[in-house]
Design a protein around this ligand. Structure first.
Ligand code: MV4
Length: 448
């Protein structure tokens, strides 16, 4: 069993990882920036190491500092959380080379999934349904194979950067007149953002939902799926509400696509937790990308299934066999998660500052994952996620009702948050009736 874990993250997820370690009697090392000395997980960890200044490039993204801290404290594993270095194949490889356990899949699998053409090619080969398109690097100038593929799939198409993902490096093209200019623009943008301008394209889906499948795999070829999450309620690729089960998708259809994902994992030699992201439109799932990390919204699945995903990560990384089989997975009731961000309600600009008073909601089926407390000062250097409130109830209607109560109980004084927006969304027609796509939140904000 892993003896000591270095938590290479901050905020709510660092605290969540620490709790899972405590549960499994694993020793903990917190690494933190100078801005994060006051975080709860730093206080609660067995050891802590300050690895640099507030600027994440000099601390949470500073690979040599993190490896040094792991050596100094004699940790045997590193948990990357989400964001920061969690999907850096370079980091995972360095962790492996230095004989630490990277809590996640192998650096090779991470590298494959980071290259969106390679990921798509792998998925296609493994029978995962993918969006029709031009699945190799586009030439700089429009060529006849490019035009032929566009004829096949039809306009509009979406140009995508091979190292894009999370919504960056994409552009919709409506006709041939725009094509060359859009290719040039997207290529330049991708070069500037990812250091690589290579592009591919796909048929553009205009009204999809974002449905993702959670998987869990051990080092012995055992893999299971833990149903889906609907993450359609988002703005500029920032999810704000996630739920499971997904409204109006037959569970048997989920089981079918879940099985496809599990088989793909087995053939890929995937290990640890992972998420297959799909666009769902016209009763069809099409793969868009795979996340090789634990995700922000993992508590939705934890409450739905009763499985502690972070503990499972530690167990499979400790080379334990999965002790759960697919038939053991039971989905109970309905779960909704609201992400509470420190942001201006009109402009969505992050709103750091001092929290004078914090009061967390409670009651049956309410979970709050947060690192904040009364008197905590939100630093301006990191993302604006303050807390996740998760409501678990027997059905969707009750989960919505209980979430509204939880939001009414929540007090965060001193900074702006999106709590009021959540309250409005939870009573909106489109949300209540489950009639939404990835565009619905943006449309709602334009009209209200
Ligand atoms: C798409 C798409 C429509 N058609 N691909 C955005 C994030 C990245 N993972 C892929 N994304 C999209 N790919 C085709 N062929 C629309 C999106 C998209 C999106 C997807 C999921 C969740 C939110 C989104 C917001 C805008 C665009």
């Amino acid at each position: 069993m892993i003896n000591k874990v270095l938590i290479a993250n901050r905020g709510e997820i660092a605290l969540r990882i620490l709790r899972a370690c405590k549960k499994l009697n694993i020793k903990t090392v917190a690494i933190h920036s100078t801005a994060d000395r006051q975080l709860a997980h730093v206080r609660l960890a067995d050891e802590s190491v300050c690895i640099g200044p507030a600027d994440p490039k000099k601390s949470y993204l500073n690979i040599p500092s993190i490896i040094s801290a792991a050596e100094l404290t004699d940790a045997d594993a590193i948990h990357p959380g989400y964001g920061f270095l969690s999907e850096s194949s370079t980091f995972a490889e360095i962790v492996e080379t230095n004989k630490f356990i990277f809590i996640g899949p192998s650096s090779n699998v991470i590298r494959t999934m980071g290259d969106k053409i390679k990921a798509k090619q792998a998925m296609k080969d493994l029978g995962v349904p993918c969006i029709p398109g031009y699945d190799e690097i586009l030439p700089e100038k429009i060529s006849s194979p490019v035009l032929k593929k566009i004829q096949e799939v039809g306009y509009p198409i979406m140009l995508k950067a091979i190292y894009g993902g999370g919504g960056r490096g994409m552009k919709i093209v409506h006709n041939e007149k725009e094509l060359q200019k859009s290719m040039d623009l997207t290529r330049t943008e991708a070069e500037n953002t990812f250091g690589n301008g290579d592009l591919y394209f796909e048929k553009y889906f205009d009204k999809p939902r974002h449905i993702e499948i959670q998987v869990l795999c051990d080092n012995f070829g055992n893999a299971i799926h833990l149903a889906e999450r609907d993450c359609s309620i988002q703005r500029r690729n920032q999810k704000i509400i996630e739920e499971s089960r997904a409204v109006n998708i037959h569970p048997q259809l989920i089981d079918k696509i879940g099985e496809v994902c599990v088989n793909a994992c087995k053939k890929l030699g995937y290990t640890g937790v992972g998420t297959f992201e799909f666009l769902y439109q016209d009763n069809q799932f099409n793969f868009i990308e795979m996340n090789t990390r634990i995700q922000v919204e993992h508590p939705v699945t934890e409450l739905l299934t009763g499985i502690d995903l972070i503990a499972q990560q530690m167990l499979v990384s400790s080379n334990k066999k999965l002790d759960i089989e697919q038939k053991d997975i039971k989905c109970n009731g309905h779960v909704i998660e609201c992400r509470i961000n420190a942001e201006d309600p009109k402009t969505f600009i992050p709103s750091p500052g001092k929290i004078n008073l914090f009061h967390a909601p409670g009651g049956p089926g309410i979970r709050t994952d947060t690192h904040i407390y009364s008197g905590y000062e939100v630093p301006p250097n990191y993302d604006s996620l303050l807390a996740k409130i998760i409501a678990h109830a027997e059905d969707r209607e009750t989960a919505i009702k209980n979430m509204l109560q939880a939001l009414n109980e929540t007090v965060i004084d001193g900074i702006n948050t999106n709590i009021r927006l959540h309250k409005k969304l939870l009573i909106s027609d489109f949300f209540v009736n489950g009639k939404f796509t990835i565009n619905s939140l943006t449309e709602y904000l334009n009209n209200n």
